[in-house]
Design a protein. Structure first.
Length: 266
């Protein structure tokens, strides 16, 4: 099975301007396809921007099968590349911080709602999701989805490991002074759970936040396969099934677990 070339779009887009962000996504998808990528991953809340006024969020939120989802399906189909995008999802009378994976044929593959909301802004703006493991199959890999703060909870990522996730996609809005998450925590999570993790950040100032960039693709051997800087950037890395299989043979963490000792965690 060939590696899945993955494009990480480190960008904050235009705050509150869905049309411009869709245009930027289309341009990035074209570049990704030209570079041989089969998957393009964006940042948290890419569709609308992150630092929105609370009163504006319900009006910008969309259904998982809404107009933007259809537009992104067309982008994916036209360029032949799968797309994972972050957006505010309107459903059941509330708004979720969500991320949706669209396949290269334009069909929706999986939709995830952020389960761990960070800080007062998110807790005031969104309802937390209650499904920790959301997966889909793409190019022979089992794809999992999380959003930002979720990956900082080891139980969350271990649940994905036990469910067979090969490549965990984590759109994020990682801000100063927490850059150690991108630099140190994400590669460790990939190593201890024997998976690839694509961690894709926003960048630059936005409202009261300063996003630090540093998007990366970390591999199960703990190596960072690609790393963006602090500015707008499209970087590429490969999720290699052969390396993943070899690493899982050599690393005993999952085999040596003793779940009977961990009852106090729940």
């Amino acid at each position: 099975m060939p590696p899945l070339r993955t494009a990480l779009l480190q960008s904050s887009g235009v705050l509150g301007d869905t049309a411009q962000n869709l245009k930027a996504l289309d341009e990035a998808a074209a570049r990704a396809a030209q570079s041989g990528a089969g998957l393009l991953v964006t940042s948290e809340m890419f569709l609308t921007g992150y630092a929105l006024d609370l009163q504006d969020i319900p009006g910008l939120a969309e259904a998982a099968d809404g107009a933007s989802a259809l537009a992104i399906g067309e982008i994916a189909r036209r360029h032949g590349v799968a797309v994972l995008y972050g957006y505010p999802e309107s459903a059941d009378g509330v708004v979720y911080n969500a991320a949706q994976l669209i396949g290269p044929d334009g069909a929706a593959l999986a939709n995830y709602r952020k389960t761990h909301l960070f800080g007062c802004f998110e807790q005031d703006a969104f309802t937390p999701g209650d499904t920790p493991v959301v997966q889909a199959d793409l190019n022979g890999l089992r794809i999992g989805i999380m959003i930002c703060y979720d990956v900082e909870f080891p139980e969350n990522v271990r649940a994905h490991a036990l469910a067979g996730t090969d490549l965990l996609l984590v759109p994020t809005a990682q801000m100063h002074p927490f850059q150690f998450v991108a630099e140190q925590l994400v590669p460790v999570r990939a190593f201890e759970n024997q998976m690839y993790i694509a961690y894709v950040n926003r960048t630059g100032p936005e409202g009261e936040f300063e996003f630090v960039g540093l998007s990366c693709l970390a591999s199960p051997d703990g190596v960072t396969r690609t790393r963006a800087g602090r500015g707008e950037e499209l970087v590429f890395g490969e999720a290699d099934p052969e390396l993943l299989s070899a690493s899982r043979v050599n690393n005993p963490y999952l085999r040596d677990r003793r779940p009977g000792l961990y009852a106090s965690l729940v």
